[in-house]
Structure formats: structure tokens, C-alpha cells
Design a binder for this molecule. Structure first.
Ligand code: PLP
Length: 397
């Protein structure tokens, strides 16, 4: 096991460290309070009350009603459930609008839907990672069951204009789902003011536990569950609740609200890191820099470098980040997001994602500013393009 002693964790878009106060809140529900929230006696109903507190805390963060929250197993499940529900409810609806840069939890699900006779329009993006709203308007047709567009991109941090998209969908009378897994906890959201029907989130992206998420279902939107069984979650998601994790999600949501002011500090660290790299390393490009972006994400292309090799050398120095390319059956495949942004192959293959969080310190940034340029220089000195034997790894999450 790699211990976190000297770790510089700059992969907060992949997952985040559990906040200690979240753990404290969860532990009693793994030990003492093991009752089933659906049981009629007090030992069960007190657990039900704790789940309801979690629901209220998440509703406070999102600016919605507690009854609009459905707890799920993940952001992936929430995304699948929203799109499936929209398709099942609209008998004539056989069309979904999404984008080419979505996370696989939407993109691959949509690709599967094609095999079941559904039509999908994948909106393109420009060089900055933005969609064209006119293209969205044109894509919506009478058969469109739902528009599913992400709030923030997990690879580049680029933000889609969710308010404008929601407005367009409302005017066209079509349901709108947003995958907000990367933005919840990082930017303020007030669902009460927005015509959004469904929103997905995941606790482990904002210092909560893994394996628990939620789907916001607007009170006026009809919803058909994907997981059928008992009547949990008001009949919207069957299965005995993952109580401790739900409690953890609730506490993490509360903390995210309290710590929202810290996001400026996080942005400051990210900006300092980018400025230093632009200063010290030649042929460096920041992908999505011209678009509105999350304050924590930095997607950087280093020309003449294989990101897999850089990832491995950085790992040896204790830096955790993500590579923009993945080894696949002997060849290197670059990120679908960067390809969609027309980033040339060389730059796409040399891209790394660094994502910061509130548990990072100035010292982490200073160390990274020393180590990253040295690693890039070393790889460039081993020309031509260094091919280091690396294990195939998952690209972005
Ligand atoms: N959507 C986005 C944008 C993500 O970044 C992720 C996770 O990386 C997911 C969905 C999937 O969330 P989960 O890991 O909870 O399944």
C-alpha cells in the first residue's frame, strides 16, 4: 500500500479525501445504530430520522426541497436513472440530446440506448470546450425525451451555461437533466430558481464517502424508478438504504456549504500552479483556459511528452494526477474530450489533469511547482518521445 505520508494529492476530480467530521458522523451508524430505517420500532425510526437530516442537509446545499432528493449508489446510477425515466415516460420519445464531452456514465449509456432503437444527438464543442446554444435549439425535436448536459467537465473543468440550457429546454417543453457530479460542492447551486428537472451528484467528489450519490427530481417532474422492489425513497429507488454513507453524504453536503468560501483559495492555488508552469516550462498549453472553468481544475498539455510516462514519474515523486491518454491494446488513445476540442494529437497525448481541493496546502503547490517542470524536462531530454513501459491505466474519472 502507498501511504499518504509524502503524498501530494492533486487528483480531486477523481475522488477526494474523506473529511474527518464526515467519518465521525458516519461511525455510529456502522456500529451502534444498525436498525433498518423502514422498521416500525424506535430503534429503526431513529435511523430514519438521521437519513432525513441528511436529506435536509443536501437540500440546503442545493436550494431545493428534501422531498426532491433520491439517494442512489453513485453519480453513475443517478445519470442512468434520470435518462431512463425520461425515456420511459414519454412514449413517443425516442431521442436524447447530449454532448460529445460527457462522462462515460452518460456517454456510454447513450451509446447503449442506440442499440435499443433510441436516437442520440451528440452536440459538438468548440476549441474552448463550449457547446453552441443555437446547435442545442436546432437539435431538440418533438421526439426528444430529454436533454442531458453536464454542468462541469471532469477533464477540463469547463462549465456549460446550465441556466441558459435549462431555459431553452423549458421553452421547448423538453426535460433537462444535468450531470453536476463535478460542480456540486465547488460552485453554489440554487435549484429553486432554475427550471432543471433532474440533477446528479456523487458524495466522494466533495469529501464524502464513495458508493453513494443522489438524484434531484424536481417536485413537478414525473419520475419512474430504474430499481424496483421495496418502497424506499418514496418508491423512487428500491433497496435498503446505505445508511452510514447517506449520513456521510449529508454531512459532506453541509460542510461543502460551510466551506464554499474556501473555493477561492483553491482557485488561487490552481492559478499559481498554472502561472508557474507557463513561466518555467516551454510548449505548455492549458486546455479550456479561455472558457468559464471550475476553479480547481487544470488540464495541461506538455508537447513532446507521453502523459502516461509523466504520470509514472510524478507518481514516483508522490504526486497524484491523471493522464489524458490511456494505453489500449498496445496503442495510446487520447482523451475524447480533448479530441472533441480539436486539440492536436501530440498535445492530447501529452496532457495531464491536476485537480486541487480544500485539503491541499500552499506547500503542496510549491512542491508540485518544483517537481512537475523537472519531470517534464527529464522526459523531454530522453528524446525522441519517451516510451516508458507502463501498466494500462484508466484515464479520467
Ligand atoms: N459524472 C462525472 C462528470 C464524473 O466526473 C463522475 C466520476 O468521475 C461520474 C459522473 C460518476 O460518478 P460516480 O463515481 O459516483 O459513479
Amino acid at each position: 500500500m502507498v501511504s499518504d505520508e509524502k503524498l501530494i494529492y492533486l487528483d480531486n476530480n477523481a475522488t477526494t479525501e474523506l473529511d474527518p467530521v464526515v467519518i465521525d458522523e458516519m461511525v455510529p451508524f456502522l456500529t451502534k445504530f444498525y436498525g433498518n430505517p423502514s422498521s416500525g420500532y424506535r430503534f429503526g425510526s431513529q435511523v430514519r430520522q438521521a437519513v432525513d437530516v441528511a436529506r435536509q442537509r443536501l437540500a440546503n446545499l442545493l436550494g431545493c426541497e428534501p422531498a426532491e432528493i433520491v439517494f442512489t449508489s453513485s453519480g453513475t446510477e443517478s445519470n442512468n436513472a434520470a435518462i431512463n425515466s425520461a425515456l420511459q415516460f414519454d412514449p413517443g420519445g425516442k431521442h436524447v440530446v447530449t454532448s460529445v464531452v460527457e462522462h462515460s456514465a452518460v456517454r456510454r449509456h447513450c451509446e447503449e440506448l442506440v442499440k435499443r432503437g433510441c436516437e442520440i444527438t451528440f452536440l459538438s464543442v468548440d476549441g474552448n470546450g463550449n457547446i453552441a446554444l443555437a446547435e442545442l435549439e436546432e437539435a431538440i425535436r418533438p421526439q426528444t425525451a430529454v436533454v442531458s448536459l453536464m454542468s462541469a467537465n471532469n477533464e477540463t473543468g469547463v462549465l456549460f451555461p446550465i441556466e441558459k440550457i435549462a431555459q431553452i429546454c423549458r421553452e421547448k417543453g423538453v426535460l433537462f437533466h444535468t450531470d453536476a457530479v463535478q460542480s456540486v460542492g465547488k460552485i453554489p447551486i440554487q435549484l429553486r430558481d432554475l427550471p432543471i428537472n433532474f440533477l446528479s451528484l456523487s458524495a466522494h467528489k466533495f469529501h464524502g464517502p464513495k458508493g453513494v450519490g443522489a438524484l434531484y427530481v424536481n417536485a413537478r417532474s414525473r419520475f419512474r424508478p430504474s430499481i424496483i422492489g421495496g418502497g424506499q425513497e418514496s418508491g423512487r429507488r428500491a433497496g435498503t438504504e446505505n445508511v452510514a454513507s447517506i449520513i456521510g453524504l449529508g454531512k459532506a453536503a453541509e460542510r461543502a456549504g460551510e466551506c464554499m468560501g474556501e473555493e477561492e483559495r483553491v482557485r488561487g492555488m490552481r492559478d499559481r500552479f498554472e502561472t508557474a508552469l507557463l513561466d518555467r516550462v516551454s510548449d505548455v498549453f492549458i486546455n479550456g483556459a479561455a472558457a468559464p472553468r471550475l476553479g480547481n481544475t487544470s488540464n495541461i498539455s506538455f508537447e513532446g511528452v507521453e502523459s502516461q510516462a509523466a504520470l509514472m514519474l510524478l507518481d514516483r515523486q508522490g504526486i497524484c494526477c491523471s493522464a489524458g491518454s490511456a494505453c489500449k491494446t498496445g496503442s495510446t488513445e487520447s482523451s475524447h474530450v480533448l479530441r472533441a476540442m480539436k486539440v492536436n494529437d501530440e498535445r492530447a497525448r501529452g496532457s495531464l489533469r491536476f485537480s486541487f481541493g480544500r485539503f491541499n496546502s500552499d506547500a503542496d503547490v510549491e512542491r508540485a511547482i518544483e517537481i512537475v517542470p523537472a519531470v517534464i524536462e527529464k522526459l523531454r531530454s530522453l528524446s525522441p518521445r519517451t516510451s516508458v513501459e507502463v501498466e494500462p491505466v484508466m484515464r479520467f474519472s
